[in-house]
Write a protein that binds this ligand. Structure first.
Ligand code: F6R
Length: 610
């Protein structure tokens, strides 16, 4: 969950590293630090709290150098204090390390090292790696790291710099990856590393994703990589076509708002080039499922966490409706800890914006071990979920920086719609023009839903002091209710629950009184009247009702206190617009309550620890 970044090259390293950390702050933000080597001396600055505290510290005590590493932390071992901030330095003051992950056997190694006279000044598991590497270091840092990692159990992405290197010109960063993401960037006479490509794209688009067990040495002129066995290997270079502008706020107050407003384009980018409206065909570049294979499937399993899990619930609805293949949806964090049934007749899809969520990746691996075929639905090319899969359906949302997922969710819904149509086609059924045509209007429909912002801003004034919210939906809108509740919780810290509207009378109705705002999604034909009667039950108990609907607001007279009208779309696409007012509501309430909406407390963008 921590953000790591490194640079070796002719430029002044500290501003470059700080810029990289800014782009990674969403990964973790309880402390930050930087280490450089200059004139053969290792120097660090660290600070508790957000990155600005580190910047302040650097203003008071500047650092300079041409290679170094930096870190923004999300605490696992040890409290979020300056003492435990990274980079961590070994007790001989020769090696600095930044680390994302957890060393499971750190206590055993620490005991041994203490016995050998090494000292420890932090509560981190990272310090164990620093001292262990230092104990093997005789001038070749990569060789010392290779020996040390043989003893480590757990997951880690680390970058190390040291003094006294006898290799080449001595300017080097050594990186190692086991289980947590690490990406290297290739420049002209300079090299970069980071835990996320978002930190690199301002400088280079040519990146290498390390494999598990890989160790890399980065110098100005080259990157060398060795695999787990110590053999020199070449890893493919991926060209990222992300626009550097996309990782800036572009005039918006927060990344979250910018990303909410990027949704028309992100949706268009996700279906663009994959649908032939004339011939009625759907196809993907990095995913192919042969008709015979699709026919042989007994079912599909979707594995995901958080917002991606909500998208998967809608994916189930779409695939079952349009392709008539049974679909199961699992929390990835639960799947691995039972004995799931999966074999060659099961297609397993891991849904992950980042492609690095460890629960999802591990659950996918558990399915693969049982013989299932894996595919990924992800936003990040080259990420772990995509690399263990036989094919990937990419969402083209561009980098998502705000911790709360918005455009990743709606592009996942677009991707699921395409996948459902594709499966239908591979089964030999026609993809009728009326299934494809609405996609062309989707970006405009999202823009119309975004135009509700001023109205939602007014609503936020009225409701930002509520202590609880209830979100209700039915059918395909039930996962949207879950997503609306999750967004509000994350961004505003208001307690919120999402519930199937029809279930309300089996319990949650007891919560309803004049203080409880109830947000309901009532769209389309299939369950509109049902949801309306559920809302009558709320009104009869004085609840405050906000309805997102694509129907004439007059139909909700006497039932709704506020109506947010979104454009009408076919049911299968309707969640893509009905979720927009809920994202905006969470955002506006969060801002009004003074919360840090881009970096909500205790959260991290990519959850790369279990
Ligand atoms: C919520 C949110 C998280 C993520 C979850 C999975 O706004 O962002 O719930 O959806 O951590 O992340 P990915 O999709 O990267 O696997």
């Amino acid at each position: 969950m921590c953000g790591i970044v490194g640079y070796v090259g002719p430029r002044e390293v500290v501003p470059l590293l700080i810029d990289g950390l800014r782009r990674l702050e969403y990964r973790g933000y309880d402390s930050a630090g930087v280490a450089v080597v200059a004139d053969g001396r290792l120097d660090t600055r660290r600070a508790e709290g957000k990155l600005d505290r580190l910047v302040e510290r650097l203003r008071e005590q500047p650092l300079s150098g041409s290679y170094g590493v930096a870190h923004t932390r999300w605490a696992t071992h040890g409290k979020p204090t300056e003492r435990n901030a990274h980079p961590v330095v070994d007790s001989k003051d020769r090696i600095a390390i930044i680390h994302n992950g957890i060393i499971e056997n750190f206590l055993a190694i620490k005991r041994r090292l203490l016995g050998e006279g090494w000292t420890f000044s932090t509560d981190t598991d990272t310090e164990v790696i620093a001292n262990l590497v230092s104990s093997y270091y005789t001038g070749d840092l990569a060789a010392a790291v290779k020996r040390a990692v043989g003893e480590l159990e757990g997951m880690y992405a680390c970058a190390l710099i040291g003094t006294g290197s006898t290799v080449g010109d001595g300017e080097e960063i050594v990186a190692v990856r086991q289980g947590t993401p690490l990406v290297l960037g290739l420049g002209q006479g300079e090299s970069f590393l980071a835990s996320d490509p978002a930190a690199l794209i301002a400088h280079t688009r040519d990146v290498i994703f390390l494999d598990n067990g890989d160790i890399a040495r980065l110098t100005r002129s080259q990157i060398e990589i060795w695999d787990r066995s110590g053999a020199a290997v070449k890893r493919p270079v991926t060209r990222l076509n992300w626009d550097p502008q996309q990782v800036e706020k572009g005039g918006y107050k927060h990344f979250m708002l910018k990303e909410i407003f990027e949704q028309p384009e992100a949706a268009r980018d996700t279906f663009g080039g994959r649908v032939d409206f004339e011939t009625g065909t759907v196809g993907f570049d990095a995913l192919e499922l042969a008709p015979d294979y699709v026919r042989s499937l007994s079912r599909i399993q979707l594995l995901a966490c958080g917002t991606s899990w909500h998208a998967a619930l809608i994916g189930k609805f779409l695939i079952e409706e349009l392709a008539r293949i049974p679909v199961e949806v699992d929390y990835a964090s639960e799947y691995r800890y039972r004995d799931p049934i999966a074999d060659a007749s099961v297609l397993v899809a891991g849904i992950s914006q980042s492609g690095e969520t460890i629960d999802t990746v591990w659950a996918m691996e558990a399915a693969k071990e049982r013989g299932a075929r894996l595919i990924a639905l992800s936003n990040v090319p080259g990420s772990q979920a995509t690399r263990i899969s036989s094919g990937t359906l990419y969402t083209h949302a561009g980098p998502e920086i705000g911790v709360a997922s918005t455009k990743a969710f709606t592009t996942q819904l677009v991707a699921f719609y395409l996948l459902a149509l594709y499966l239908r086609q591979q089964l030999g059924r026609e993809v009728e023009p009326e299934l494809l045509a609405p996609l062309a209007h989707l970006p405009q429909a999202i823009s119309e839903a975004l135009a509700l912002e001023p109205e939602i801003e007014k609503l936020s004034r009225r409701y930002h002091t509520a202590t609880d919210f209830l979100f209700l939906g039915r059918g395909i809108q039930y996962p949207v209710a879950l997503e609306g509740a999750l967004k509000l919780k994350e961004i505003s810290y208001i307690h919120a629950e999402g519930y199937p509207a029809g279930e309300m009378k089996h319990g949650p109705i007891a919560l309803i009184d004049e203080h409880l705002p109830v947000v309901a999604i009532a769209t389309g034909k299939r369950v509109f009247e049902k949801v309306k009667s559920n809302l009558q039950e709320v009104k009869a108990r004085d609840g405050k009702v906000i309805v997102v609907t694509d129907r004439d607001p007059a139909e909700l007279d006497g039932v709704a206190d506020h109506v947010l009208r979104v454009p009408a779309l076919p049911e299968a696409l309707s969640p893509i617009v009905s979720v927009i007012p809920l994202q905006l509501l969470a955002y506006q309430i969060g801002v009004r309550r003074g919360a840090d909406v881009d970096q909500p407390r205790n959260l991290a963008k990519s959850v790369t620890v279990e």
